[in-house]
Ligand binder design. Structure first.
Ligand code: MN3
Length: 207
C-alpha cells in the first residue's frame, strides 16, 4: 500500500491573485510530494499501518511504535494536512449556511472570527498551521499546531486550515504573513466547510 499524491482539485492558477500559481505549483509538486514520499518510506516496513487511510493513522499517532511516531507526525501529518488544505480552498464562495450561523454564534461575528483566526495564524512562531476545529464537545474552536501536527491526533475534527509555513507564502508575500492570512479569507470554500461541519456533528451525535 502506498499513499498517493492526488492532483489538486483545481488549476494551479485558480486562486489568483490571492494564492499565486508559482507558489501553488511548488507547494503541491515539491513540498506535498516530498511529504508523501517520506510518509511512504516511513511505513515501508509497517504494511499493517500503511493499509489504513492516512487520516486514521494520524488519529492513532499516540499508539504507533515509538520508532516511527515522530516521522509519521512529520511526514504523515504533512501528507494529511495538505490534502485537507487543498480541499477547503475555492474562490468566490459566499459565507453562508449552517457554518456561518455557528461561527457568528460562537465568535460574535464573521469579522471577529477572522480577527481571532488571524491572531492564531500570526502568533504561531515558526512553522505550523492555524485551524478551525470541532472539539469532542461539539464546540467550534480556533487552534494552532506546530510543524505538521494535526488536530486529528488530539481527537478533534478539522473544519478549516491555513498553512503558515513560509513555503506557503514567501514567493508572493515574503515576510508579510498578515497579508497572506488576509488573502486566505478570500479563498475559503464555505460550502465545503459547511458540509464538513454537518458531517462532524453527525459523527459526534452517533458516538
Ligand atoms: Mn505547506
Amino acid at each position: 500500500m502506498t499513499y498517493i499524491l492526488e492532483p489538486l482539485p483545481f488549476a494551479y492558477n485558480a486562486l489568483e491573485p490571492y494564492f499565486d500559481e508559482a507558489t501553488m505549483k511548488v507547494h503541491h509538486n515539491k513540498h506535498h510530494q516530498a511529504y508523501t514520499d517520506k510518509f511512504n518510506a516511513t511505513l515501508k516496513d509497517y504494511p499493517q499501518i500503511a493499509a489504513e487511510p492516512a487520516q486514521e493513522v494520524l488519529r492513532k499517532l499516540h499508539t504507533l511504535p515509538e520508532k516511527i511516531r515522530q516521522a509519521v507526525a512529520n511526514h504523515g501529518g504533512g501528507y494529511v494536512n495538505h490534502n485537507f488544505f487543498w480541499s477547503i480552498l475555492k474562490k468566490d464562495v459566499a459565507f453562508q449556511g449552517e457554518i456561518a450561523d455557528a461561527i457568528s454564534k460562537t465568535f460574535g461575528s464573521r469579522e471577529n472570527f477572522e480577527k481571532e483566526f488571524k491572531k492564531a495564524a500570526l502568533s504561531q512562531f515558526g512553522s505550523g498551521w492555524a485551524w478551525l476545529i470541532l472539539n469532542s464537545k461539539g464546540e467550534l474552536r480556533i487552534t494552532k499546531t506546530l510543524n505538521q501536527a494535526t488536530p486529528l491526533s488530539d481527537g478533534h475534527i478539522p473544519l478549516l486550515a491555513l498553512d503558515v509555513w513560509e513555503h506557503a507564502y514567501y514567493l508572493k508575500y515574503q515576510n508579510k504573513r498578515a497579508d497572506f492570512v488576509d488573502a486566505f479569507f478570500n479563498v475559503i470554500n464555505w460550502d465545503y466547510v459547511s458540509h464538513l461541519y454537518d458531517e462532524a456533528q453527525k459523527h459526534l451525535e452517533c458516538r
